[in-house]
Design a protein around this ligand. Sequence first.
Ligand code: PLP
Length: 419
Amino acid sequence: MQHWFSRVEDTLVVEDVGLDSIAAEFGTPTYVYSRAALTTSYQAYASACKGRRARVQYAMKANSNLAVLQVFARLGAGFDIVSGGELKRVLAAGGDPATVVFSGVGKSAAEMKMALDHGVRCFNVESIPELERLNEIACRAGATARVSLRINPDVDARTHPYISTGLKANKFGIAFEDALAAYRIAAALPYLEVTGIDCHIGSQITELAPYLEALDKVLDVVEGLEREGIPIGHINVGGGLGIVYANETPPDITAFATTMLDRVAARGHGHREVLFEPGRSVVGNAGVLLTRVEFLKPGCARNFCIVDAAMNDLSRPAMYEAYHRIEAVRPGHARAVKYDVVGPVCESGDWLGRDRVLAVQPGDLLAVMSAGAYGFAMSSNYNTRPRAAEVMVDGGSFHLIRERECVNELFVRERLLPV
Ligand code: PLP
């Protein structure tokens, strides 16, 4: 990440643009992304796939801004979506619906119909009732739905429990033991065509071992299916690769993708297409949340640095106690003090960083680093706070890619009672 976020004469810059210039033009809080960082991490996956039967489906839940999707669509990415709304975003960004795989445990009938009408590549199905519903919708639409079944391999991804998805106790996927039976049902349903298999064991995974364990189980299922005469065209290995927020040591993208592709080939499945569904690892370190210090509030137990961004803008610390580095955009001459960096929301859980030594004063700008994934995408209007602006830096220029919301539009759909 740090390559695209550096210091020039003490000021934190993104590519060639000082974060202070962005704050001066668009205010704070503002998410700022580097186009070069997005491109570089995407290309790391794409290069590892080169010469292999493999492709990248960007998991847009991580960051679904249209301009971000546009960057990836132009680079040739497919998309992993989890709602009809995300499909509409792909279309609005100029993406091709034929490159879309539709994941998620609770697709509605309307979402299935819309995805079928747009000819998505594949539905990643997670239960027998979902298979039955999809078959019915496809029948009514006079179409055939291509399906992959998401297998829950019961593998511990060794990540935060809220972002672990491949354990028996998680709501996701079809249990490994039930996979063959589920595929037999899918293969017998007349409006479904079995095309693949998929698996996703969690997010912010920093080791290769759980991936390989899950992949081996998936390949065992593929071999079992083959013996039954159910051919599997593609193997979707999911996303989940971790990034460096503090001092984690995840494998880099190339090492991860190459290891997975090599294992598929070594087990004799190199002729099948492999899909990667990365989200965080392509956008996480490509963005920062820019915020301004409102007040410093010394206390006897803790000192607080109150900023204008809050848990509604970046919920990861409040939700998962996630760590984000926080840096002053221009270090000033104030005394360095240990602070909890908190927002204005009325919750004690509203913090962005704890125990941070910062030399700041009111009015200073701070950058919350590694905020490109699950940052804006998970933001809300809690406390009737308009959501932040988003800006994309591209070399020496920068573009507003989402206007800051204004308060009036937040309650425009609400109605007063007649009396
Ligand atoms: N694929 C699926 C099915 C997911 O549920 C997720 C995230 O939860 C992803 C891909 C992307 O994961 P990450 O952003 O950790 O790469």
